[in-house]
Design a protein around this ligand. Sequence first.
Ligand SMILES: *[C@@H]1O[C@H](CO)[C@@H](O)[C@H](O)[C@H]1NC(C)=O
Ligand SMILES: *[C@@H]1O[C@H](CO)[C@@H](O)[C@H](O)[C@H]1NC(C)=O
Ligand SMILES: *[C@@H]1O[C@H](CO)[C@@H](O)[C@H](O)[C@H]1NC(C)=O
Length: 604
Amino acid sequence: MESPLLPKYLLIVILFSHYSTTIAQYGQERDTLYALKHTFNDPFLNDNWNGLHCYENTSFWYGIQCINGRITSILLENRGLSGNPSAVSLVVLSELVTLSFKNNLVHGNIMDFCYNHKLKEIDLSENMLEGPIPPCSINLELLRSLQLQQNHLSGMIPEFNQAGLTVFNVSYNNISGPIPGTTTLRSFTADSYANNGPNMCDPLCHFSEINTPTPTESKKESIAIAFMVLEIIGLVTVILLLVLYCKRSSKFKNLIKRRHFEETSDGDGMKLVFMADDGGFELNKLMGAAAEGLGKGVCGDSYKATLNDGVAVVVKQLRGLKPLMSKEEFMKMVRMIADQKHPNLLPLMAYWCSEDVKLLVYRYAKNGNLFNRLHGGRGSRERISFKWSSRLTVARSVARALEHLHLNSNPSQCTVPHGNLKSTNILLDDDGETVLVSDYGLASSMALPVAAQHMVSYKSPEYQTWKRVSRKSDVWSYGCLLLELLTRRVSVHSAPPGISGVDLCKWVKRAFREEWIAEVFDMEISMEKNGTKGMEKLLEIALRCCDESPEKRPEMADIAAEIDAIEAVEADHGADLSAVQSLTEEGFSMHASSAIVDSSDGIS
Ligand SMILES: *[C@@H]1O[C@H](CO)[C@@H](O)[C@H](O)[C@H]1NC(C)=O
Ligand SMILES: *[C@@H]1O[C@H](CO)[C@@H](O)[C@H](O)[C@H]1NC(C)=O
Ligand SMILES: *[C@@H]1O[C@H](CO)[C@@H](O)[C@H](O)[C@H]1NC(C)=O
């Protein structure tokens, strides 16, 4: 699943995803810095300019400052840097405000900084730069300070006339006069021009005649002033309205208060919080880990992060949460998820919560998800058949996990205990526990439009008719899942994007009516004759779960007991391998088979 678009580092994706910085921009800016580093080839920078720039650890990337993930300042003064940076294009650094290589040994043509429209301060003094000052630098409207003294610059001074340009020095170069007689350039003393080439200052500085501002220009100026006055009036009006609004809306006030609180009181905001005490790792380490996109899910995007020691985790960046979800609500949700401890539930390892970014960290299940196990490698020779006993293990494990969730969630909450049960959310692990249900506990925190559009429970008949979901919606999802297990057809309600499915409940019910029910079973299992009874029993349970009316559907606890009974029948007939063992083997070899959907999309 390698693709050139996959993010290389988690940090880039997560930390900056809420800024305007795109991954491409970040990458281009980083390339520029690496090109500079290569040019200077300075031992200190070679060592120090490492890892991710624009990250909070300021002991890296000496001299680089950022705002919102974009480089705003390059300040490399008095470091004896040599090299010719003119070949390094600064054009991508569109947020650059300060550029200084003051007092180094930089040589070659002066670099072209004309495209860096936000530049305010340029200091390239005391180097060995050559060539003319870029003529287009007269267009840098925000320029306040330009210091180019003590270089080997030649050519003539461009017609700088920016009103804000107050610091200017081109002395000790080889620049030719006369000096353009603009208002701005005339405002500087001879000190700024001294010791240059012919016709500059010998001994008095020569200014060439430049047209003074024409009447039309002063007219333009007065229009500009008129607009400014209008703008100020507009601004005052907006502020007044805002004050009025704040007074009236206490909600708005609370929001501002809360923001303030979070910004000022959050001392350990950059710490990952682990659910268990067993060691863990630093957020730094996680953020620097090689990352691989696992897919966009209902509740957010998931990434697989491989830490230095080879341990892989899944990081889920939550999206689509309820608007204005407070830190307290988020913590409540995290606690609820963490409190669910069951061998068939994927445990939450850690979380991270800041105002902008909320992350959940889970173990990475090596053997992918049930969807891939069922549908992957279809028709290919590498497909390893998914035995009846293994499917029964899945059915039983999921039933137990759901039973646990239903029995252990607070009945006073009108929430759906799982809400998004589907085959991509059932993970197959490699260490004996085998079947892990993921993505639980998030449904209640999702914004309703997001949930209604994507979550499986919200596709149940009762949501379609009464706009209501309950535990019985989970039972319905479970029924669909059983039918998917038995028929190996993709269920329309839980099909991943881009894959079409069948309304399995309707399809199987029709088969019942039209008496071709024997044909609904997947060929891979219908050949296992000693399992026929069990399969029929499971099908019957599935159809009861799929009942249109929620009240008629069984409880998860009863279902779990009935499925346990099926297993007992199996054992009487003497299955040669334990279900768990064969599932593990199959899961393992699944890697070779071509999967339809990325293997751990399940967590998404
Ligand atoms: C920054 O990184 C250096 C080197 O790894 C480390 O020693 C230092 O503690 C880090 N500082 C912070 C604030 O994380
Ligand atoms: C200064 O510039 C002139 C041309 O403008 C050139 O002939 C001369 O060699 C330059 N002097 C130095 C020291 O670079
Ligand atoms: C310009 O730079 C020269 C050489 O560093 C210095 O002597 C002079 O005082 C500076 N002039 C101004 C106006 O900054």
